[in-house]
Design a protein. Structure first.
Length: 115
């Protein structure tokens, strides 16, 4: 099993920045398909960004050029740098990883962007 713990959420004004981190209970090197998702109350969880072990990244159109995801193998964590935040970025952000073919999710961290 793997536990994923997110941190870094908070309240920020539109145009500001936040950095989210996801710390797995195992070495990040053995966890595949790491990604960030977000969910607004009453809506389905949506994919935000992902990174594979080789470093290739992908982003949702809504966050492209504003968010940056990377795997920090030295610190064993997944990071999401969020810049130029907009009120529509508000939601609970979840870290996801795949270990031995099974999906694991963190408990989420709340991000609130005020206008």
């Amino acid at each position: 099993q793997v536990q994923l713990v997110e941190s870094g959420g908070g309240l920020v004004q539109a145009g500001g920045s936040l950095t989210l981190s996801c710390a797995p209970s195992r070495s990040i090197a053995v966890i595949n398909g790491m990604a960030w998702y977000r969910q607004v109350s009453g809506k389905e969880r949506e994919w935000v960004a992902s990174v594979v072990s080789g470093g290739a990244t992908a982003y949702a159109d809504s966050v492209k050029d504003r968010f940056h995801i990377w795997r920090d193998n030295a610190r064993d964590r997944l990071t999401l740098q969020m810049n130029d935040l907009k009120p529509e970025d508000t939601g609970v952000y979840y870290c996801k990883g795949v270990y031995k073919g099974r999906d694991y999710w963190g408990q989420g961290t709340q991000v609130n962007v005020s206008s």
